[in-house]
Write a protein that binds this ligand. Structure first.
Ligand SMILES: Cc1cc2nc3c(=O)[nH]c(=O)nc-3n(C[C@H](O)[C@H](O)[C@H](O)COP(=O)(O)OP(=O)(O)OC[C@H]3O[C@@H](n4cnc5c(N)ncnc54)[C@H](O)[C@@H]3O)c2cc1C
Length: 445
């Protein structure tokens, strides 16, 4: 413990970018505090991944039942209210439990919004707290489209707390959150219209697979309006009107603005102490996650690392800072291939070198497989199932993408093979459970 300061490390934020590494530092005797302006545990724990996947499970069961209808008989329908109750049961206490865990480990939790007073001092509602090192782990916050009456729209957090599913919904945006929530709302009986900024959806994913997802969503009744050019939101009795295009109007019960998420960098005094940031990308860091001020670091979604802004990235960065601060490493951060999944029906997953990048270069070869005829996929009557492997010149696996109802589980089994750039011989040394999605994912390698 450095006696000059109240703490060895203070984290601004208490999500995965903070907690995961902090608990290990704490076990090594570091004096740690978190400053949290909202719910302890941050986005993933309270209003992100966990809440979403809880609400999504009945959607998947319903879709599966439709495919095997006649084997499992009867109509299914989603009781959204009960689905939401189940979410509350699973999620609402997590923040309390997380705070209790932090305190039981000997770490302090300070509730409030942190601003920099100087490079070693935070001002939290007028109280000053000092620390040798400070990690900015403030994450992202929903972006609002720049139109009139933007306050009439809702964000992803509101969607994840919707007690009653509206009859109709306009969704602004076509990123992964917009697409996942559209799939869920549609299956729960809502008439969904996607208002697209351009003619592209899920830009960072393999577009032929994206087209298949969009086609499935259209078949389920979701409308897509390209280049919508939204100009205003207005009230119409209990409903809302979205004005778009050339004087066109869409009348809906609910507007979800899922147009993106922006770094939480404002009103924190970063300019005063010289921490550089980019409004869109986040806090500028070097290869040690160190900001432009020596004792201040950034971790997770708010750090401009160019990595996917996902929980596993936040955890990896937080663990890296633990190794760096404890002296276990003095090396720069070396990112592994991080898997990304779009939890639509079907799902898309990808990791490592993308098919697009591979197809533009002589350094790679791509092998594509239609998996719909594979025996195991026929168990659940999968209509869409394809995957693509990317190999380097030595025929080592460096990338993978899949579209299927099991694309999330498929990629999870393949991540080690991609990260270790396994060759044929190494791949053959791995024996998989049979029958399983893992076995399916590896069998054509
Ligand atoms: C709807 C949704 C679904 C998602 N689904 C997935 C998924 O399926 N898989 C996945 O991997 N990722 C998913 N993500 C992304 C994932 O949640 C984030 O990548 C992850 O939570 C980032 O962790 P973090 O610690 O960097 O930031 P956060 O978890 O956002 O934590 C930042 C914390 O900092 C606090 N804070 C901000 N400013 C201050 C301040 N000045 N003072 C004090 N506290 C402050 C905030 O209140 C917040 O609690 C999803 C995100 C959303 C919104």
């Amino acid at each position: 413990m450095n006696k000059k300061y109240d703490y060895d490390v203070i984290y601004i934020g208490s999500g995965h970018a903070a907690f995961d590494g902090a608990k290990n530092l704490c076990k090594q005797g570091f004096k740690i505090a978190f400053v949290e302006a909202n719910a302890v545990g941050g986005t993933c724990t309270n209003w992100g991944c966990n809440a979403k996947i809880t609400l999504d499970l009945p959607i998947i069961l319903s879709k599966t039942q439709q495919r095997i209808n006649g084997i499992v008989e009867g109509e299914t329908s989603i009781n959204w209210h009960n689905n939401m109750q189940h979410k509350h049961e699973l999620i609402d206490n997590l923040k309390v439990n997380r705070e209790a865990t932090m305190k039981s480990l000997g770490m302090d939790v300070i509730h409030g919004f942190a601003k920099f007073y100087d490079t070693h001092t935070l001002d939290i509602g007028g109280e000053h707290v000092t620390s040798n090192k400070i990690v900015i782990a403030t994450g992202l916050t929903p972006h609002k489209v720049g139109v009139n009456n933007t306050d009439l729209s809702h964000d992803s957090k509101d969607f994840l707390n919707l007690d009653k599913m509206p009859k109709s919904m306009a969704i602004i945006g076509t990123g992964y959150i917009a697409m996942e929530f559209a799939s869920m709302a549609n299956e729960a009986g809502c008439d969904v219209t996607m208002l697209m900024h351009s003619d592209k959806v899920l830009r960072s994913f393999y577009q032929p697979y994206v087209s298949e997802v969009v086609n499935e969503m259209k078949k389920s009744g979701i409308h897509f309006i390209q280049n919508s050019n939204i100009s205003a939101f207005n009230r119409d009795g209990n409903n809302y009107v979205v004005s778009y295009g050339d004087n066109q109007k869409l009348n809906v019960e609910w507007i979800l603005d899922a147009s993106g998420r922006v770094p939480m960098v404002h009103n924190m005094g970063l300019e005063k102490i010289g921490v550089k940031y980019d409004d869109k990308k986040g806090i500028i860091v070097n290869n040690y996650l160190q900001t432009s001020v020596d004792n201040i670091y950034a971790s997770g979604d708010v750090a401009a690392t160019g990595q996917p802004k996902l929980t596993p990235t936040a955890t990896f960065e937080s663990q890296y800072l633990y190794h760096l601060f404890s002296g276990e490493t003095d090396k720069p951060i070396n990112f592994p291939a991080i898997p990304s999944v779009v939890f639509t029906s079907p799902r898309i997953s990808q990791t490592g070198v993308s098919v697009d990048e591979a197809e533009k270069s002589d350094a790679y070869t791509v092998e594509k497989h239609d998996m719909t005829n594979s025996w195991f996929r026929q168990v659940t009557k999968a209509k869409i199932a394809s995957n693509s492997y990317v190999f380097n010149k030595e025929h080592r696996l460096v990338g993978f993408t899949e579209i299927s109802d099991d694309a999330d589980n498929a990629i999870d089994t393949l991540v080690p093979a991609v990260n270790m750039h396994m060759n044929k011989e190494e791949i053959e040394r791995n024996v998989h459970l049979f029958p399983s999605i893992g076995h399916e994912a590896w069998k054509n390698l």
